[in-house]
Design a protein. Structure first.
Length: 367
């Protein structure tokens, strides 16, 4: 007996049908169907002969593979790992396999993955993460004026990504983004400015009047929107943050630690002075930064919340056990992931805008 694998031609011959009919019965077709009795005959023959379909042939026949591409900025960030877990669960229910790419905030890597997904005929693509924004474009973000070269590069990157995603969609693939949109493509948008404004009001209502902000990197729209929403609301409440109390930093735990260290140093407040010259509460624009900020406060010989209260944004599951419990803005990332997956697969008619919920915990006790 030969050990060679059974071919589709053998299945077709044994079933008494043409090779084209056997291919459509087993691999599917984007344009043609097979009579039910013929399909059942071919499938029974394939089972009897122990025929294994070629995944590449199936993709060519159907027009799409069973892969869903997910692009995130940093899989080590709990925010993105939570989204990845949610998308994977939703995709598996639809019989799809998720392929994951972490871009490390590189527009070139993001575009390269989209092109790869297009060449591999992926069923859909989901992009999760903040879009870029020029330094100085949004108010409340301390930065220098944007250069013409930077503006041209960002515009070129944005157009290239939008063009690649549009081409993918026009060829039959599904597209969705999480966070901010790309052109007019489907998006599950997070109202970062609104959520940060809600947090500012909540902190004001429980008695805080002096505020600091760890803004995150100035080139990310998520960070800029959260910073702007928080600062604009403070100004409307009559207690604007001082410029010296608004400090940028990386969107990471170490970025939060460094930013808080610089804030305390700038205000001359890295001591337990009975008349401190430091903010009563510091808002870090994501939870990971907030955890780093809390560590910096402790390393300065101070305590959270007795000397400096701290708040974050996102309500990441893996960070809910920090002590004291972190006040934050809860984003329902499981729901966001589910909605984006359904949107990318065409099971939802339109996108959505998600606004978080303020969760007050022990890191910001009532004053």
């Amino acid at each position: 007996m030969s050990d060679a694998p059974v071919t589709l031609s053998q299945v077709a011959r044994e079933a008494g049908v043409s090779l084209a009919t056997a291919s459509r019965a087993i691999n599917g077709s984007a344009t043609r169907s097979v009579r039910q009795d013929l399909r059942e005959r071919v499938l029974e023959t394939a089972r009897r002969l122990d025929y294994s379909p070629d995944p590449s042939a199936q993709a060519m026949a159907r027009g799409r593979t069973s892969a869903l591409g997910l692009v995130v900025h940093d899989i080590a960030d709990p925010y993105f790992s939570t989204i990845a877990a949610g998308v994977t669960r939703a995709a598996e229910r639809e019989g799809l396999i998720v392929t994951l790419s972490s871009t490390e905030h590189s527009p070139g890597r993001e575009l390269a993955f989209v092109e790869l997904a297009r060449r591999q005929r992926s069923r859909a693509i989901i992009l999760a993460g903040s879009r870029a924004v020029l330094p100085g474009v949004l108010p409340g973000v301390p930065s220098g004026p944007p250069s013409g070269e930077a503006a041209a590069r960002m515009e070129s990157d944005a157009k290239a990504l939008e063009s690649a995603l549009t081409s993918f969609r026009e060829a039959g693939g599904g597209v969705a983004t999480i966070g901010q949109g790309v052109g007019d493509l489907p998006v599950v948008e997070i109202d970062n400015a609104g959520g940060a404004g809600d947090l500012a009001r909540a902190l004001h209502e429980i008695g805080y009047r002096s505020f600091g902000v760890l803004t995150g990197p100035t080139g990310l729209r998520t960070a800029a929107d959260r910073t702007t929403g928080f600062l604009d609301t403070l100004a409307a409440l009559g207690c604007p943050a001082l410029d010296r109390d608004v400090v940028d930093g990386a969107f990471t735990r170490d970025g939060g630690y460094d930013a808080m260290t610089r804030l305390l140093s700038r205000t001359g407040a890295a001591t337990a002075d009975p008349e401190p010259n430091r903010p009563e509460v510091v808002f870090a624009v994501n939870d990971v930064m907030a955890v780093g900020a809390m560590a910096a406060v402790r390393d300065a010989g101070l305590s959270v919340p007795d000397d400096v209260a701290v708040a974050g944004f996102d309500d990441i599951h893996t960070l809910r056990d920090v002590s004291p419990g972190l006040t934050t803005v809860r984003i329902p990332l499981d729901e966001v992931s589910e909605a984006a997956t359904m949107l990318a697969l065409g099971a939802a008619a339109s996108g959505a805008v998600v606004r978080g919920e303020v969760v007050l915990r022990d890191s910001t006790p009532r004053r």
